[in-house]
Design a protein around this ligand. Structure first.
Ligand SMILES: *Cc1c(COP(=O)(O)O)cnc(C)c1O
Length: 572
């Protein structure tokens, strides 16, 4: 430990020495900085936290959202009620004196910047910069461009991406960063930064820009990528970039930001082994690598487990490989830590929904964005059968927001509420409002089993199951994303449905998943929980020991440092 802090003393804290700029449209730093909508933002926050802990010479660049991603309320039918989240950046961020200019539709737009410092375990600081166009003197239309994350419609979205990409590079220069060797594009949203790099280098070759960029794609379906009409881009973007944009697109017409990122990056990766494979096929790019996502362990471990890990696995929050020794933790103590986390969750459920849950009952958790492909209601496919096999034996807790424009997602929430009514007296169900980091922590640590059943192969990685695994909560999940790598049947959890292969990846009958879900619940999970607690606890320990050492952002960022950035003081 002392040696590690010595290394940190030698790392220069000077800003000029930073070598990696991590560009992301959303980032989850705290619940009270509402500048994220889901997994992408949580991953960005965890990545930057690990960079700070490990002294990776990185800065973050993002866009300030004047209003947070909405607050979710739910009425008795499960209708989502959206209210605007107002917040005052001054309470959490420090405004800097720097300003840069850019052009939108030939109007000059001034961009200001706020700073948030992530202070790592040994005091190393990773600054995160929030760009903001709500500047006096800007056109009123422009002042509202960063009102909401991902805005409303293509025009605002494109403008936000111009501010992040082009404004971000200009701001880095204004802040004094001259030695950035890697620009990490976290998803295609940041891809316009490449245009500014081309411009500022005196219109140098693509190869030179390519050497500077690293691109992580997160979206395994074609519809998930930003595509803009060329004429709109021509009208909105400053004319100085248009010829270069045309050259990059080589006659391709709609402007696809993923295409730009793919063409101008030296290292491209998907976020799990399966997702990289799907991306290689989708983009016809055999060189796409896999860097499997992780979570920042110390952020997602419940207080009772923190205490336990400090006692049994000192150093776990510096080097998560210590988790492999979780098998040596005593059965009683791990159960005690679990019951503490479970009790906290039950209390929270009661306070928020009035539902009283039973501390001794097998509790299943499901929380994620309420998008249709995540199928929150799959477990309710056959209510009679579910009541027959699990009545009075399980309770289920849900959380998750549907995007305000996602009607399908909203109807999934309503169908959970319908099931809740129909199963009353047999299976207790709660749906917690306003899923965020705080709830995420309480849920992933406080249930007994973490359920996930997306349509394959739509879960690029998924990270909430990694949070649960860190807290000794077994995953019960469709084999997709990270779980293909993390599932050891009977040791870290259980698979739903078959292993994906070339043959069944696309033409597999997704309807069959609930068959698998029901039969394992009935024959394996419920009996083990009630009749073989010793084996259950053994499984909790092997879940931590096999999943947590690998599925964390400390390991992940070391992989990026070695394979993509090719820099890190820790490896020199
Ligand atoms: C971890 C987390 C996510 C991502 O979870 P997935 O499993 O990838 O869906 C989304 N939102 C919040 C608040 C989280 O904590």
């Amino acid at each position: 430990m002392i040696e590690t802090s010595d290394i940190f003393k030698r790392i220069s804290h000077q800003k000029g020495k930073r070598e990696i700029a991590y560009f992301t449209m959303e980032v989850a730093l705290e619940d009270d900085i509402p500048s994220f909508s889901g997994g992408l933002g949580v991953l960005a926050g965890d990545t930057l936290r690990s960079a700070a802990d490990l002294g990776i010479p990185m800065v973050g660049m993002t866009l300030l959202q004047q209003y947070g991603y909405f607050h979710q309320g739910l009425n008795e039918e499960g209708q989502q009620i959206e209210t605007e989240v107002r917040w005052n950046p001054e309470t959490k961020l420090k405004q800097l004196p720097n300003y840069v200019e850019l052009k939108i539709e030939n109007r000059v737009v001034e961009v200001k910047v706020w700073e948030y410092d992530i202070i790592g375990k040994f005091g190393y600081v990773v600054p995160v910069y929030f760009l903001d166009v709500n500047v006096e003197g800007n056109d009123e239309r422009d002042r509202e461009l960063n009102k909401h994350l991902y805005g409303g419609g293509d025009y605002i979205r494109l403008c936000q991406e111009i501010i992040l990409g082009i404004g971000g590079v200009r701001m880095l220069r204004d802040l004094g960063y001259r030695d950035i060797r890697s620009y990490h594009l976290n998803e295609g949203h940041a891809s316009l930064l490449t245009l500014e790099l081309i411009r500022e280098s005196g219109y140098s070759s693509h190869e030179k820009i390519q050497k500077a960029c690293v691109f992580t794609t997160h979206t395994p379906v074609p519809a998930g990528h930003d595509v803009f009409d060329f004429e709109m881009v021509r009208n909105v973007l400053s004319p100085v970039y248009i010829d270069y944009l045309k050259e990059i697109l080589e006659g391709e017409h709609p402007v696809n930001l993923t295409t730009i990122s793919l063409k101008l990056s030296r290292f491209i990766n998907g976020v799990s082994v399966k997702h990289a494979e799907v991306s290689r096929n989708m983009f016809r790019r055999p060189e796409i690598h896999a860097v499997t996502n992780g979570i920042h362990s110390a952020t997602w471990v419940a207080p009772s487990f923190k205490k336990l890990f400090d006692q049994y696995l000192p150093g776990w929050d510096v080097d998560p490989s210590h988790f492999s020794r979780a098998v040596f933790i005593s059965d009683q103590e791990i159960w005690k830590a679990h019951i503490a986390a479970k009790g906290r969750l039950m209390q929270l459920i009661q306070e928020q929904t009035g539902v009283v849950m039973d501390l001794n009952k097998l509790t299943i958790g499901f929380a994620r964005r309420a998008a249709a492909y995540k199928r929150a209601d799959l477990v309710f496919s056959d209510l009679d059968r579910l009541a027959g096999l699990a009545g009075e034996k399980i309770q289920i807790v849900f959380a998750g927001k549907a995007h305000p424009k996602d009607e399908e997602g909203k109807s999934v929430i309503r169908s959970v509420f319908e099931a809740k009514k129909k199963l009353k007296g047999q299976i207790e169900i709660a749906y917690l409002e306003n899923y965020g980091m705080h709830l995420g922590r309480a849920l992933t640590s406080g249930v007994d089993v973490w359920l996930n059943n997306p349509q394959r192969p739509r879960e690029a990685s998924g990270t909430s199951g990694m949070k649960s695994a860190h807290n000794g909560v077994m995953n019960f999940s469709v084999l997709d994303g990270w779980w293909i790598e993390g599932c050891v049947e009977g040791l870290t959890g259980w698979a739903i449905g078959p292993e994906p292969t070339e043959d069944n990846l696309t033409d597999y009958d997704e309807g069959l998943d609930y068959e698998s879900l029901y039969s394992k619940l009935e024959k394996v999970i419920i009996p083990m929980y009630y009749e073989d607690r010793e084996n259950w606890i053994r499984m909790m320990k092997s879940t931590i020991a096999l999943n947590a050492p690998y599925f964390n952002t400390h390991r992940m960022i070391k992989e990026y440092a070695v394979r993509a950035y090719k820099v890190s003081p820790l490896f020199q």
